[in-house]
Design a protein around this ligand. Structure first.
Ligand SMILES: CCCCCCCCCCCCC[C@H](O)CC(=O)SCCNC(=O)CCNC(=O)[C@H](O)C(C)(C)COP(=O)(O)OP(=O)(O)OC[C@H]1O[C@@H](n2cnc3c(N)ncnc32)[C@H](O)[C@@H]1OP(=O)(O)O
Length: 261
């Protein structure tokens, strides 16, 4: 089932999994039009009552090779800052999506491409993918959240090593460092990622959103606020049908049936 379609982005829905596919040959480079379409596509996936998890991937043998450098060359300082705010906004909305998001890294994820993957909750990569932030080699710095999210993911020394050298990680190195959750051969990546996402579809949507909010609160407002978010989430969840259903199903020794309310 097709949830969204435009020149460069489509969203299909199958078995409760929405798949957002970026298609802008030759390397899925990001420009304003693609970011607008990506924003609308992810919003459609989040809005659909039939999607319970969201995959983001690219066509061809590259995930996303970053912002469109040809477009960047036309920018001055003010328009560069404007573009930075646009791309940060899109990626922040992806990070804040109420449903689990999975980056299916089907090839090189460089610059804005890795920044997009970093905005997702889970990352699976194909074995020959490279993941890096080469902006320093352009005399720039990542402007779509990469300096923040890479540091959160790897810690300051490893993040600065990647930021200052611009040298990408191979997928196996990214796995060893915990930057990705899994690495697969190209023939297996799509199926493995889809099955992982589908495994979540019978789960409790409200609790998924709450778990993501708790983690995000720690990252944005600190640990103490994160503890408070946990307590607030439990207070809200326990008064929902799903919050009662999970415990009742356990005590009745049956599978729970969560309905997202
Ligand atoms: C002077 C004013 C500057 C103003 C700057 C303003 C900045 C504001 C930014 C705010 C938001 C920041 C977002 C983000 O942090 C910034 C970025 O993402 S910068 C880009 C980072 N990415 C890269 O540096 C990757 C560059 N590409 C490569 O390393 C290689 O191309 C590759 C992807 C590893 C593939 O290599 P190859 O297989 O050898 O193939 P080619 O190199 O020949 O490429 C094939 C084809 O694709 C074109 N291309 C590749 N990458 C890009 C790209 N990012 N944008 C546009 N086009 C790209 C390449 O030119 C080839 O085209 P062809 O020659 O065939 O027409």
């Amino acid at each position: 089932m097709l949830l969204f379609e435009n020149d460069n982005v489509t969203v299909t829905l199958a078995s409760g999994v929405a798949t957002v596919t970026i298609d802008r040959p030759p390397v899925n480079a990001l420009n304003r039009e693609l970011l607008g379409a990506l924003d609308a596509a992810v919003a459609a996936a989040v809005r659909s009552p039939d999607s319970h998890s969201i995959l983001l991937t690219g066509t061809g043998r590259r995930f996303v090779a970053g912002a469109d450098i040809t477009m960047l060359a036309q920018l001055d300082g003010r328009s560069a800052a404007e573009f930075g705010k646009i791309i940060q906004g899109t990626f922040n909305r992806i990070e804040a999506a109420s449903k689990p998001t999975v980056a299916v890294i089907n090839g090189d994820a460089l610059g804005g491409g890795l920044e997009l993957a970093l905005a997702c909750d889970i990352r699976f990569a194909v074995a020959d993918a490279r993941l890096g932030l080469p902006e320093i080699r352009l005399g720039l710095v990542p402007g779509a959240g990469g300096t923040q999210r890479l540091t959160e993911a790897l810690g300051k020394p490893r993040a600065l090593e990647m930021l200052l050298t611009g040298t990408p990680l191979r997928a196996s190195q990214a796995l060893d460092l915990g930057l990705v959750n899994g690495v697969f051969d190209r023939a297996d990546l799509g199926r493995e990622a889809f099955e992982w996402a589908r495994s979540l579809t019978a789960g409790p949507p409200l609790a998924y959103a709450a778990a993501k909010a708790c983690v995000r609160t720690n990252l944005t407002a600190g640990r103490d606020r994160g503890f408070l978010e946990e307590v607030k989430s439990l207070e809200n969840l326990v008064d929902t049908a799903d919050g009662r259903e999970g415990v009742a199903a356990f005590l009745q020794k049956r599978a729970p049936h969560f309905r997202g309310c």
